[in-house]
Design a protein around this ligand. Structure first.
Ligand SMILES: [Zn+2]
Length: 300
């Protein structure tokens, strides 16, 4: 990985610094590289008044620390290394990242969760009254939860029960509650699983969005499209509420061949099943490739 913005990608000292070999700090002797860093801090609005003089002094170190504070990066006393330079590189490309971007993704995620809950509510009513069932909802339940309305004779699918519908609806209602009131439940930071992880969440949250959660290619990872970011927001929200959702036999990405072979009972706790089900309902069909935080659909 490397710095990608044409503003500074040709500078070899900065390309070394973004790999921490070594990072830049006070008394950095490469004044041309320091000037680019200072201009980047000015142009991205971190410190518009910064003196662009090539001297890495207190003012530059303070502006670097401001980047660390804004995105909750590792604090290392104003050293410009992979985290700070990688973040500035995203901003220089006009990109957005971390929780600042996730907040903008909430409306799309809410639209999809709203479509899913409306479809399931309607499905439950129709089932109770014997009315015709939506073919899209029937298909989405089979594809993402391996639940079928009739008793299957072959394959991994099992027959759906009222309890299944109640469980899925209950999870979507919890997710919707988080998406409507995300304060203190979403933060920027450095994921425990590493900088290549765009987002992660323990049970009860908060969801951490790393610098790799971005709408442009970056030092950390390739860009993730808006539909896939919405999928990540939904996925991480399920982790907040479901204690089983992180287990290795449950946590299977919607892009994995194993996803289609997961049993219904396991899929009912798979965060990707919820994200992909909602996307399927909102689109009226299963997206191909499916949206999600892993290739091949993550650019969508
Ligand atoms: Zn996950």
């Amino acid at each position: 990985m490397a710095l990608l913005s044409s503003f500074w990608s040709a500078n070899q000292r900065l390309q070394k610094a973004v790999k921490n070999s070594p990072g830049m700090h006070a008394f950095e002797p490469d004044h041309a590289a320091v000037k680019l860093l200072q201009q980047a801090l000015a142009d991205t609005g971190i410190l518009p008044s910064i003196k662009v003089d090539g001297i890495y002094g207190q003012q530059t170190a303070g502006a670097v620390s401001a980047v660390e504070a804004r995105f909750n990066l590792g604090r290392d006393g104003g050293v410009a290394g992979q985290q700070v330079l990688g973040v500035l590189d995203i901003l220089l490309q006009g990109g957005r990242l971390a929780a600042e971007l996730a907040v903008l993704d909430l409306p799309l995620a809410r639209t999809k969760v709203g479509a899913a809950t409306a479809a399931l509510t309607s499905f439950a009513k129709s089932r109770a009254s014997g009315a015709a069932l939506s073919s899209v909802t029937v298909a989405a339940l089979r594809v993402h939860f391996r639940l079928s309305i009739a008793a299957p004779t072959i394959g991994i699918t099992r027959q759906l029960t009222d309890a299944d519908v109640t469980l899925i609806l209950g999870t979507f209602n919890q997710v919707n509650g988080l998406l409507l009131a995300p304060a203190n439940r979403m933060r920027s930071g450095v994921p425990v699983n590493g900088l290549a992880t765009p987002a992660e969440s323990p049970l009860n949250g908060p969801i951490t969005f790393g610098p790799g959660y971005s709408d442009v290619d970056s030092h950390f990872t390739t860009r993730t499209g808006n539909n896939s970011r919405a999928a990540m927001v939904m996925h991480e929200s399920v982790h907040v509420f479901d204690a089983q959702s992180g287990a290795v036999n449950i946590h299977i990405a919607e892009s994995s061949p194993a996803y289609d072979l997961q049993s219904a009972d396991l899929s009912l706790h798979n965060p990707s099943s919820y994200a992909a089900f909602a996307a399927h309902i909102a689109l009226g069909r299963d997206p191909n490739p499916r949206f999600g935080g892993a290739p091949p659909g993550d650019a969508l």
